[in-house]
Design a protein around this ligand. Structure first.
Ligand code: HEM
Length: 445
């Protein structure tokens, strides 16, 4: 399928699957099983068809690591991700490349320093408390939509310093706009025909731009300690700053990057903590031992059991299951020829489930990340839910603080149960989510 290799390299093996859709449906139904069959048949580098395009899929830590390190800089982010999310998250940091990416990342890093993170963490507590007041515990509580609303609320308060003047109805509309943009990513019809997902993505992006532009002048003038204000003011060591367009583009991307990834981590954690009461209890005891409902960033780091649980949840349900690249020059991965123009998918989720790396990979076993076991140390790229290389997630520490803060409040205020036999019906159309909303039996303590 791909061009013939030059001497010394081998062709990428593989097969397209069904015309046009290729293996899209198989993947969405069962990503681990589909990739496992592929890995057993073709090895770590193979090609297949997905949503109309041929892709090279990289499975296992060597292949994923090679792409993330990108030593010859032949794999680009923008031309890769844009195929999936380009028009909707255009000019977000993850879609920039080369010197431009380096320059923007240098500026943005200033919004994620430890001091700033400590400040965001302090602001998280009242926002989480307020959001949890609206929860009505019941035997059939749908955790996923509740957590999604909660993380969007956190994003608007911590990122934007609150969307003053916005009604509940408007925020619900903003949430809808986000969902439209994220879900448009894997739309089969990639043209804005009425009623299509693509169309909802285009409308959503426009809505989000209006929303952020409305708040921009106040943030430029303000001195708040939210991320939006920070992006308006931060500058790199060379004194470079973001333009208004940069701030809007980065905010839209950041809200998206922070929103669904944290939500699925939280809902997976609620599921497994509900199914493994001994872990729920261990985490609660550590939370109680802190002796405060509003721990600082340093104190959150003492929640070591919770840390193990979160890592295991991000292994089992990897929030970004596959990372996208496009070859902008001929290159090679593990001796396979990747011609210029090839779309590449870095299979993080599958790598997190490989029996070669993880003993009993489908079992929830947070202890595998404990200092005595450190199963993730088997390979530098065995566990990489936050990616690697120059594009490694900039929000990694923020997300850890956010997820721990929410779970800390939940553990102190509630207990919950999920039947041992429950298997979440995961939808992998875009970023993963449980299509039943993830029912749990939630009680106040
Ligand atoms: C559980 C939560 C999260 C996960 C699993 C996650 C995962 C990822 C991954 C895999 C990438 C790399 C993409 C690539 O290489 O193309 C990435 C990039 C990024 N993430 Fe996250 N993310 C999370 C939360 C967040 C949060 C909360 C923020 C912001 C506050 C954030 C901001 C970013 C940014 C700015 C990038 C682009 C970095 C760059 O290209 O230089 N992420 N994230």
């Amino acid at each position: 399928m791909l061009a013939d290799p030059p001497p010394g390299l081998t062709a990428v093996p593989g097969d397209g699957g069904l015309p046009y859709v290729g293996y899209s449906l198989d993947y969405m139904r069962d990503p681990v099983g589909t990739n496992d069959r592929r890995y057993r048949e073709y090895g770590p580098v193979s090609w297949f068809r997905f949503a109309g395009n041929p892709w090279v899929v990289l499975l296992g830590p060597d292949a994923c690591g090679a792409a993330l390190q990108n030593r010859d800089r032949a794999l680009a982010n923008g031309p890769g991700w844009r195929v999936l999310i380009g028009p909707f998250f255009d000019r977000g940091l993850m879609l920039l490349d080369g010197d431009e990416h380096t320059a923007h990342r240098r500026i943005m890093q200033q919004a994620f320093t430890r001091d700033r993170l400590a400040g965001y963490t302090d602001s998280l507590h009242p926002a989480v408390e307020k959001a949890l007041e609206t929860w009505s515990p019941q035997t059939d509580f749908r955790a996923y939509p509740a957590l999604k609303e909660l993380t969007l609320g956190l994003a608007t308060s911590i990122f934007m310093g609150g969307a003053e003047g916005s009604s509940h109805a408007e925020m619900a509309e903003v949430n809808k706009a986000f969902i439209g943009c994220v879900q448009a990513a894997t739309a089969i019809v990639r043209y804005p025909l009425p009623g299509t997902r693509w169309r909802r993505g285009v409308v959503g992006r426009r809505r989000l731009e209006e929303f952020f532009r409305r708040y921009l002048p106040a943030r430029r003038a303000g001195s708040g300690d939210d991320l939006f204000t920070a992006l308006c003011h931060v500058e790199s060591e060379d004194g470079e700053r973001f333009t208004d367009d940069d701030v809007v583009n980065h905010m839209i991307f950041l809200m998206m990057a922070a929103h669904d990834t944290s939500t699925i981590t939280l809902s997976t954690a609620m599921q497994y903590l509900g199914q493994f009461p001994q872990w729920q209890q261990a985490c609660r005891e550590e939370s109680e031992a802190l002796g405060t409902t509003t721990p600082t960033l340093d104190q959150l780091e003492e929640l070591t059991s919770l840390d193990l649980v979160i890592k295991e949840c991000q292994r089992l349900v990897t929030p970004v299951p596959g990372i996208v690249r496009r070859a902008v020059a001929d290159t090679e991965i593990l001796g396979h020829y990747i011609p210029r123009g090839t779309l590449v998918n870095v299979g993080l989720h599958y790598t997190h489930h490989m029996p070669e790396l993880w003993p009993d990979p489908e079992r929830f076993d947070p202890g595998r990340f404990s200092p005595e076991r450190r199963e993730d140390r088997v390979h530098k790229y065995a566990w990489s839910p936050f990616g690697g290389g120059v594009h490694r997630c900039l929000g990694m520490y923020f997300s850890s603080a956010e997820v721990k803060t929410v779970l800390h409040h939940l553990l102190l205020g509630y207990h919950w149960h999920v039947p041992a036999y429950y298997v979440a019906p995961m939808n992998f159309t875009s970023l993963p989510f449980p299509s039943d909303g993830q029912p749990i039996d939630l009680r106040r303590r």
